[in-house]
Design a protein around this ligand. Sequence first.
Ligand code: TTP
Ligand code: MG
Ligand code: MG
Length: 416
Amino acid sequence: MCTKSAERALVPPYRVQIGVQSFLRAGNAPILPLMSDAVSTDDDDEGAPSSGGGLRKIIHVDMDAFFASVEQRDDPSLRGKPVAVGGAGGRGVVAAASYEARKFGVKSAMPSVTAKRRCPDLIFVRHRFDAYKEASREIRAVFEHHTPHVEPLSLDEAYLDVTEDRLGIGSATRIAQLIRQEIKAKTQLTASAGVSYNKFLAKIASDQNKPDGMCVIRPGEGADFVAQLPIRRFHGVGPKAEEKMKRLGIETGGDLALKDIEFLRANFGSFADYLFRAARGIDLRPVSAHRVRKSVGGERTFSEDKSSGAELRETLEEIIDIVWERIENSKARGRTVTLKVKFTDFQNMTRSQSIGPKPASEWIEDKATFARISRELLSEALPLAMPIRLMGLTLSNLDHGDAAQRPKDNAQLSLL
Ligand code: TTP
Ligand code: MG
Ligand code: MG
């Protein structure tokens, strides 16, 4: 089993939302940090074929300091230097930080002013999405060379099911090594990989020995591995959840595994089932190469809880802007808008409103309609029973057939 390298230990990995597919799902426009795709549990999962009751072989590959590394590759004067991709100005935010910058505590989602304070020599670079998409296409080709079962989570990462690999190599560890070498040869960029028997463990493993590292969690090692993990390493456990868990005496996966499901449900609402399984290293989700999206959306976790109507309305406007941009990029049309909030006690509340269904030609196709419905949903929900820590919007009841036929979409789809 791998231990965390000293180098990586200097760099607290950022946490993502549970079940979140990245806000940067391939082809999406730049989305500001802290926005993540809403969990859409109802996606049609056409997973990799089950291995006949045997264990799957899953690899999670994630590029190192992706945007920043592309910038350093393309501009040799940036190599070996602390680099941040993002706007340097007052409201700018760091999207990606080179590992040199991380030594100073600079990380994704940090306001640029804070980053500059921590690292006065920090060099800010504007993002170049076309370059990141091109590198993303190249790594996808490497994955596809080894298996058809590739589930991209964002431009820089994907799950691969290599239970049966195309080249008949057999060893997932060997395949992961080859993939990292091939990525390096084709793109001059480094990738880290996690190898395990499910997606949850493979993703944690890829983060374990970053950058340019690898970690294998073998069958039989999962529960022990999770037992020693600080709970912040669980995807979805952010600072607030961590604080709450610590108050309840839960510091590690092992502590979590001692709590029964009723206790977890009472304290963490809908988050409980995930926590219960994850604490045991269990995750049965298949790698899903042909995910059909049933919703497009995004959500935002706040650094401070919010409760006043004015604050919530202002936040809603920001989310409308970002989610609408994502809807436009995905070329989706839908009929239903859902507002979701998560209260400070971790309970979720959702409110939905649909247009149509008749006449069938009616869709939410313009931003004004999307914004109007979103605002109505929030107004109906106010005043809230208690402060909230997260707000999100999704568009669902999507029209896939038409979207795929619109000419522009083919260009978009080819990026996926
Ligand atoms: P990540 O894989 O999360 O981060 P990373 O590749 O920069 O660093 P690591 O070595 O830890 O994997 O994200 C991939 C890219 O997505 C990242 O380079 C920039 C972008 N991004 C944002 O724009 N905003 C964010 O908040 C995060 C986390 C990433
Ligand atoms: Mg990365
Ligand atoms: Mg990533």
